[in-house]
Structures are given as structure tokens and as C-alpha cells.
Write a protein that binds this ligand. Sequence first.
Ligand code: ZN
Length: 397
Amino acid sequence: MATTAFSTVSGPGSGDLPPLTPDEILRYSRHLIIPDVALSGQRKLKRSRVLLIGAGGLGSPLALYLAAAGVGHLGLVDFDVVDFTNLQRQVLHGTKDVGRPKLDSAADRIRDINPNVHLERYETRLTSENALEIMRGYDVVVDGTDNFPTRYLTNDACVLLGVPNVYGSIYRFEGQASVFATENGPCYRCLFREPPPPGLVPSCAEGGVLGVLPGLIGTIQATEAIKLILGIGQTLIGRLLLVDALGMSFRTVRLKKDPSCPACGTREIRELIDYEEFCGVPQAAADAARDAEFETTPREVAARLRSGAPIELIDVREPHEWEIARIDGARLIPLASFMDALPTLDSAREIVVYCKVGARSARAVRQLRAAGFKRVKNLAGGIQRWSEDVDPTIPRY
Ligand SMILES: [Zn+2]
């Protein structure tokens, strides 16, 4: 197949490429016999510098495959610790790594896969203050994050530095991928000028994700990163790949560079802004602080129930969550149908509302208060904290 030449990742001529050792020639032999990669392509990979933002679901296949492929210099940004609930999809980490910093676990695994890779560790949250400094000097940045502030921050920093941003996102059975911030291609802001209001788009922690999906999308991102480095094939520049794992369909939609885009069009964004503010995070925190006024703890509620207080416990989670775990004596009214069920509730009675961790139930409490209910409280920490503080036989999920 013919290759399309384009200059996305520029670098010195092949004369400046590092040589391969005999061990490396053996290790990469399946690359070297592909004419489109060959010795010069492998030397390009060895010279390349790729920065991964996040060592989680997407970061796992990215780190594994880019290291195995022989990317010479891998940067990894993450400040998280391996948690039990990560293991269903974050295959970079193992059961023995639970409780360890993800960067420690990732470093061990990457060293085992390919000791030739130089790993640069950034054990920090990516912020407006450090992003340019961290990203500068990399050939490709790969975004493996799951939150809007970091996604916009990564995009804007890549546009400012002129570094391609390999984007991916996942939710339940669906994923997306593209390549943003190249010289002539669109950026993430061309597609989504503004972030959605906080809380509108559920995260994987709230809505769940099929374990193989980050494997699928992260592997696509790794493929794009390698093509950018080698300068071969047709990348996802100007196209958004939409993956539906349930229907097993892959389709792409064309993306145009938006001349009025404040990042890559008008270039009015000349420096990194406060992305938490931009994405409404402080407002969401202020709302949470206000909600705290109407909170009660699992220990308090359990003690009052034991003393015979006539408390009505309302569970606003989904039926499939109710099936996993519930508190004895509670009544299930999923949040979506909550307003319809209001007439069935007694406003004179003491009501305690709970969900998984307390966010959805805070919304329900707000609705009840607006409807004139005075004796209503939110169970802080939800059924998770009930399991931790009151009844450990209730499974956590
Ligand atoms: Zn743009």
C-alpha cells in the first residue's frame, strides 16, 4: 500500500537518527521487515519523545504498546494510586500493585516490556502552571484523561506549542478518537468550543465503562501516535472516529478547522487559563458546600434507626445498582422518576435520601427542599460510606 507523506512530526534527517544495537534489531525484527517502517522508521521511533497524560484506562494500552514498539522516550503524567476498581480495565497495573502509585507500577511494567525505553515520570497533576514546561520538547502528546479541565488544558497547551494531541475518550460501550492541534488540522475546541455544564456528562466512575473499551480506544491512539512519528498512512487529523462496541461499528465524521476557534483559529488564547474555572468546577464545589448543610452521616442515621426513629430511607440509584447492594428498609425511587413520586412522600416525616456516594441524592434533596419538604437530609458518602462505617456486609462497587 502506498504511504502518504506529510510532515507532522518534523525532525532532523535520517542521518541524525540513533543507530540500533544488535539486540534492538532482533527485538524489532517484525517492524524492520515492513517496508513502510524498516530500519529508518525504527530509528525514528527510537529518537521519538511521546508524552502520555494519565496512566489509567487509556494510558494502559498506550504505555504498553508504545514501550513495546520502541518509542525511545516516554513521558508519563499521573499522581494517582492504584485502586481495586481500576483493575477491570487498567491492565498496566496488577492486583499486587493496589495501593501503589500508578507511576511506580507503570515503571516496573514498562521496564519489563522494554528496558530500552527511557521513562520520564511526572508525579503531579497537570496544571496551567506546569503544562507547557512538561509538554515542551515532546513530539506527540497523547491525552488519556477523563475530565474536561485537563482535556481543554492539554488541547490549548498543544496548540500553543504546536505539538499534535492524540485524543481519546470513552463511556460505557462508546469511544472516540482523533488527532488535534496539528498545523493545518482542527483542535478539540474547534469541535467543542465550551465544556458542558459540570455534572451533565457523567464520568466513567459514575456511569461505568466496559473494561475492554479503553483497550480498544487506547490502542487506536497508540497506532495514531506511531503513524505520526513515522509519517506514514492517513491519521485521524480532521476526522473524529466514533466507536460503538455494542453494535461493533466504527465510523468517522469529517472535522473542519474553525477559523473562529479561539485556540487555533483567531489565536486569542495566548496563554493557559484557569481550566477548573472554565469548566465550572469551583461553582460545583460551592454548590456541594451548600448541600453539606443538609447532610447527615451513616453512623447518625443508623443510631437513630436503632432507637426506633421513624425515618423514611429513599434510595435514588438505578435498579441495577439496587440489585448489587441496598440498605434494609429503604425504598427505591430512581432519580429520573423522583419528581413523579413526590406526591407519594409524606412531608411531615423525616426523610433521608441516599445514592452511591451522595451526589445524586444531594440533587434529590434540593428538589425536595424546593417542593417544601423541611425534614429531609442527604446521607453523606452514600451507601459506600454506610458499608464502611455501619454495615461492612454491604458490598461496595
Ligand atoms: Zn481549534
